[in-house]
Design a protein around this ligand. Structure first.
Ligand code: FAD
Length: 414
């Protein structure tokens, strides 16, 4: 086992590596850096934290986790470059930190391919530091209206948070639907209706061409020439792995850091995990960055095992998400289309399964997520569901695969 492991980044991936390492090795020296001033936190819990004031889910391992795990934690410290020849990092405080083994868990940051994205005063919700600035503005009464550019997962979650905090919100989205990466049109329309029902204005098929302003940002220009104004402007246009600091290090990157099936980079003694790592997709085998929490945690455990000397092959990343704050349950897993579609819709509930060659490749559930675990298991195991597909969809107790078939509500589409 290495004598000193350095972890760059204290998000879900970083802290999970530290925890899994310490569980099996009391001696190894662990140092962990974060650009941010906070204890390790879970970004998915930020909205709930700001709405309810609850801390437990945000600081999910406890505020004292680093003391408990005997991790030498360096908050407010950014790794600025990696020097593999000398097994060292140069840090923002001017010092150098050496490692025997290094874990890059720097996550992802805002990706804003819109002119003016560097203007002061433009908010985002990608980190706790950034989110706090926005929420402080709302709490101080400075933000009564907001324009969010981008209606992906984070944009929608933020829109609901702001609306619930008394802010009037307009979302601008270039695509024809909300959360286009996750949702096919029918599910997206239900989500849009629900979001609009909560008072959020959603402008689809609308391209924002620039954030305007000579000092601070003061408007959003649309392709039509129209300029939208509000108290706050927020970019929620996407995320990108934090890899810029690795330039010149020799670490191979594409969109994220390229890793093998053991999550090793091309540089000896350097691993990567979480949103920063470009791994194999569990279903398709393609290389991809699926920037979600469960993938970050699973990858971190694989990395910890590698550091401990147990070679564990990573099973691959999944595409999986659920929307919690909508008022209606929505779950999106895997592909959003297939050669065949099984569809059931009734009483505000929708379930869709997408099949290729009789096997589930993805599903969308709205209003009732019962059965999600079974669908996922069938999908991951590649089970041919043709023999019982008529009974797969109806979620009512006693009316589905759990009991008798209910053909009247089942629609099969090719
Ligand atoms: C608002 C929001 C809601 C989300 N909701 C969900 C959800 O419901 N479900 C889900 O599955 N996923 C969700 N996600 C995604 C999930 O949070 C990420 O997939 C997960 O946080 C990735 O963990 P990570 O440790 O790889 O990276 P991050 O959480 O991004 O952590 C990386 C850390 O590294 C630090 N860092 C970066 N560069 C450096 C450097 N050079 N030196 C030192 N430190 C550095 C960063 O400051 C950051 O603290 C959400 C994300 C956001 C922002």
């Amino acid at each position: 086992m290495a004598s000193r492991v350095v972890i760059v980044g204290a998000g879900p991936a970083g802290i999970t590596v530290a925890e899994a390492l310490r569980e099996h090795d009391q001696e190894v020296e662990i140092a962990m850096l974060s650009s941010e001033p906070f204890p390790p936190y879970a970004p998915p819990a930020m909205a709930d934290h700001f709405l309810t004031g609850r801390d437990e889910t945000l600081f999910w391992k406890g505020r004292d986790v680093c003391q408990r795990l005997k991790v030498d934690y360096l908050p407010n410290t950014t790794a600025e470059s990696l020097l593999p020849q000398s097994h060292a990092l140069s840090l923002s405080n001017g010092s150098t930190l050496t490692y025997d083994q290094l874990v890059i868990a720097t996550g992802s940051g805002l990706y804003a391919p819109v002119a003016g994205h560097q203007l002061p005063g433009l908010y985002n919700f990608k980190s706790l530091s950034a989110a706090k600035q926005l929420v402080d503005g709302v709490r101080a009464g400075k933000v009564r209206s907001a324009i969010i550019v981008g209606a992906g997962f984070i944009g929608v979650e933020l829109a609901l948070l702001l609306q619930d905090s008394g802010v009037s919100v307009t979302m601008v989205e270039i695509e024809d639907r909300l959360m286009w990466r996750m949702l096919e049109l029918e599910t997206a329309e239900i989500v849009l209706e629900s979001v609009r029902g909560r008072g959020v204005e959603g402008r689809l098929n609308t391209r924002a061409t620039a954030f305007l302003g000579s000092g601070e940002v003061t408007g959003v220009e649309l392709e039509s020439g129209e300029v939208l104004r509000a108290d706050a402007y927020i970019a929620a246009t996407g995320v990108k792995p934090n890899i810029e600091w690795l330039q010149g290090s020799g670490v191979q990157t594409n969109w994220g850091i390229l890793v093998d099936d053991f999550l090793r980079t091309n540089i000896p003694d350097v691993y990567a995990a979480g949103d920063v790592a470009e791994t194999r997709d569990r279903m398709t085998g393609e290389r991809f960055v699926h920037a979600i929490f469960p993938n970050a945690v699973d990858q971190a455990r694989v990395v910890a095992n590698g550091l401990l000397g147990y070679e564990e092959r990573y099973e691959g990343a999944e595409s999986m998400n659920s929307l919690k704050h909508l008022g209606v349950e929505v779950m999106a897993v895997g592909a959003q289309r297939g050669e065949e579609e099984l569809r059931w819709r009734k009483n505000g509930q929708l379930r869709k399964l997408f099949l290729n060659d009789g096997r589930i490749v993805g599903f969308r559930l709205v209003g009732n997520v019962r059965g999600a675990g079974v669908y996922r298991s069938l999908m991951l195991r590649g089970v041919d569901v043709r023999a019982f597909r008529e009974r797969l969809l109806d979620p009512r107790p006693g009316a589905s695969w759990f009991g008798s078939a209910s053909g009247d509500t089942l629609v099969l589409e090719r």
